[in-house]
Ligand binder design. Structure first.
Ligand code: TMP
Length: 238
């Protein structure tokens, strides 16, 4: 099948029915806008299952997502959307680029969850973007931006609880949203897209603070595969 799109962690193919796409999860991992490259053995299958479980949970809680069903170990079927070119980041604690940018200690508590946007553009290194610039550039409308923020904060509340019940703290994460293309009566509706996995979130062991996500790869901490497998085990636990 002809590829529709290939990103750093996934390949998108046309789906079996009109208005659907097949997402294939790769083991390849990159960091720092592709400057660091590697393979996390088994990651594709793990992230496919983690994403599917979390999309199903969010759907059951009333969040519209692109997820339809699992197709194979490494593939899921999703609804076709036009991706909004923003990376939507929600932060519960200062970490990563936020801690660096503002010179605060990683792990510093935040009084309430923050929503941050980056322009999805690898050539520019996904620069931080503020609401007015996203509107002025025509990337989203005001009502779309409001809906995206509302959904991002709802997803945060739901995932934070979900992980807390599994002894993991959701420190921050990145979401991508899309606009439905079909059917006509739903055209333009905003749904959660992309993936939900240790590639796109920071998860810390509740008591010890041990990192259980892609920071183990980014920072050469070792035990990367083991951490991903353990997150899968807990996500799938009832
Ligand atoms: P940051 O602190 O490096 O900005 O990352 C914030 C969150 O977003 C973190 O959970 C990792 C995730 N993330 C991605 O999913 N893709 C990216 O390209 C980047 C930079 C971060």
């Amino acid at each position: 099948m002809e590829k529709r799109y290939e990103g750093k962690a996934k390949v998108i193919y046309p789906g079996p029915e009109a208005g659907t796409l097949r997402v294939y999860f790769k083991d390849e991992a990159t960091a720092f806008n592709g400057q660091k490259r590697g393979v996390i053995e088994g990651k594709g299958a793990i992230n496919n299952r983690i994403s599917a479980t979390l999309f199903r949970y969010l759907e059951a809680q009333g969040i519209p997502t692109h997820f339809l069903r699992l197709l194979s170990e490494r593939e899921m079927l999703v609804r076709e959307v036009k991706i909004v070119p923003l990376e939507v980041i929600v932060r519960n604690r200062a970490a990563g680029s936020f801690a660096r940018r503002y010179g605060v200690e990683e792990g510093q508590a935040l009084p309430y969850p923050l929503v941050e946007f980056s322009l999805k553009n690898d050539a520019l290194g996904d620069p931080l973007i503020y609401d007015d610039a996203a509107l002025a550039l025509g990337l989203v409308s005001g009502s779309e931006l409001a809906r995206i923020k509302e959904l991002a904060l709802q997803v945060n509340r739901l995932l934070k609880d979900y992980f807390a019940q599994r002894n993991l703290e959701l420190v921050d994460f990145k979401l991508e949203f899309g606009k439905l293309l079909h059917p006509t009566d739903e055209r333009g509706a905003i749904v959660l897209a992309d993936e939900l996995s240790p590639d796109t979130m920071r998860l810390w062991e509740m008591q010890s603070g041990e990192k259980m996500d892609k920071d183990r790869f980014r920072r050469d901490l070792g035990g990367v595969e083991e951490a991903y497998r353990e997150v899968l085990r807990r996500v799938e636990a009832a």
